[in-house]
Design a protein around this ligand. Structure first.
Ligand code: G
Ligand code: G
Ligand code: MN
Ligand code: NA
Length: 254
């Protein structure tokens, strides 16, 4: 059996799992979570996204996977809405370029949000700079439509793409995520520190929240906080875990 047909069958059998990882503010208070998909395959075990997302993108299966992720995200947000301590949290969903190319993408997003009765401003889409390479005008239009609905957008893995920075003037995003490669080097590498500092300045200029991802040590956290980074994500604070675990914690905390 090919990996594609295994994946198709796995989706039918409900083998996808949504994990999530907290994002914290400068005082380490949780302000949101990022959804991170895994595939729990009976044959292959817990497959990380790198093991099937590229294939899903090539074959278009990512569109179906993306809808499922969005459903899960909205399910979580609907549960949080009932909790005074969590109702303000955002949930971020990674978006592949392919998903943006679906004709009625924004209508579908709107419909799922409405069906779950969640506040659009709690949902955030993470896009990499690669989505800017094809049909930038359309991407800008879609993100503007989402923004008009209240949905937030973020540029993920920021600093690793080959895009011109001029698009930042036109792109309706509200957040930049400093790529892990700069974060892991920030303590003893001056160029990485300079890049992180530059991203913070860009964020200030364009009024965007700046998040550092992949924070693993206290030293990195302190350094990035000194640079002015607004929010942080990484193993130092918490590892990704199944969203159902977080919802169970919520229920048992009652
Ligand atoms: O959890 P992990 O670090 O292995 O995730 C690796 C990458 O997989 C993430 O950076 C993200 O870009 C991608 N990814 C994770 N979950 C999703 C998802 O739900 N949809 C898409 N399109 N990509 C995802
Ligand atoms: O969307 P994106 O590809 O940026 O997803 C972030 C990835 O980084 C996820 O796969 C997640 O599991 C992983 N990750 C999250 N925190 C850390 C960390 O502190 N260190 C490392 N090495 N990876 C992390
Ligand atoms: Mn991401
Ligand atoms: Na990232």
């Amino acid at each position: 059996v090919s990996l594609v047909s295994e994946l198709r069958r796995g989706i039918e059998r409900g083998e996808l799992r949504l994990f999530s990882q907290p994002i914290v503010d400068r005082d380490r208070r949780v302000i949101g979570e990022e959804g991170l998909i895994r595939w729990l395959s009976p044959e292959r075990g817990l497959v990380p996204p790198g093991g099937f997302i590229p294939l899903a993108e090539q074959t278009g299966i990512i569109v179906e996977i993306g809808e499922w992720v969005l459903e899960e995200a909205c399910r979580v947000l609907a549960a949080w809405k009932r909790e005074p301590e969590r109702r303000e949290l955002t949930f971020s969903v990674n978006l592949s370029e392919r998903q943006l190319r679906v004709d009625d993408f924004t209508e579908r997003v709107r419909a799922i949000i409405a069906r779950h009765g969640i506040a659009p401003g709690r949902l955030k889409f993470e896009l990499t700079e690669s989505v800017l390479h094809t049909d930038l005008d359309r991407t800008i239009r879609l993100l503007s439509l989402l923004r008009a609905e209240g949905v937030l957008s973020s540029l993920d893995d920021f600093g690793t793409g080959y895009s011109s920075l001029s698009y930042l003037r036109h792109l309706p995003v509200q957040q930049l995520k400093i790529d892990r490669s700069f974060v892991s080097a920030v303590v003893d590498d001056e160029p990485a520190t300079a890049i992180a500092r530059t991203i913070v300045q860009l964020g200030r200029t364009f009024d965007l929240q700046v998040v550092a991802e992949g924070v693993e040590t206290e030293e990195q956290f302190e350094r990035l906080r000194d640079l002015g980074v607004d929010a942080f994500q990484g193993f130092l604070f918490a590892r990704p875990r199944p969203v159902d675990e977080t919802l169970r914690e919520l229920n048992s905390a009652g």
